[in-house]
Design a protein around this ligand. Structure first.
Ligand code: CMP
Length: 147
């Protein structure tokens, strides 16, 4: 069965452009419930751990530098089939390939500054959500007592 939540980051470029409000509006208009949310600045060690899967990629150092360059918004979003539904809403990683009506089409500046992150599987949604949020910071509409 598909999961009911995904994890997202609104990245530094979109935060400094004052795009948090418009992006959250698109998220709400598309039927997602915000189950957890905070504005933070990643430390380098945290960013390296979060993006460890990309550590061998040529863009890794730039990615770490960018993701620690300013505030980010991290959030857990709930909806039936959330991972797939949210990936449809954010669009292609490369903004040049992002479909009309998607968050990246509207707000991404480049492949690196692509406005938002969305988990790519239910398993990663849980790993990423629990990286940033404790159980007492998560508020599920499906079961408030137990996330
Ligand atoms: P995201 O999927 O949120 O997390 C990993 C990020 O690495 C990805 O978004 C892009 O912002 C970035 N990324 C992926 N591929 C490339 C690439 N070829 N060049 C630069 N950045 C990339």
């Amino acid at each position: 069965m598909a999961g009911t939540f995904t994890f997202t980051i609104i990245k530094p470029g979109a935060v400094s452009n004052e795009d948090i409000g418009p992006i959250l509006n698109m998220i709400n208009e598309n039927g997602f419930h915000i189950a957890a949310m905070k504005l933070i600045k990643l430390r380098t060690a945290q960013a390296k751990k979060f993006y460890a899967v990309h550590s061998e990629r040529p863009f890794y150092n730039d990615l770490i530098e960018f993701m620690t360059s300013g505030a980010i918004l991290v959030a857990i979003l709930e909806k039936d089939n959330a991972v797939e539904e949210y990936r449809k809403l954010i669009g292609n990683t490369d903004p040049l390939k992002a479909e009309e009506g998607t968050i990246r089409k509207k707000f991404a500046q480049s492949m690196q500054k692509n406005a938002v992150h969305g988990s790519d599987s239910d398993e990663n949604a849980e790993i990423e959500a629990s990286f940033f949020f404790s159980n007492s910071e998560r508020f599920s509409i499906f079961d408030v007592s137990d996330f």
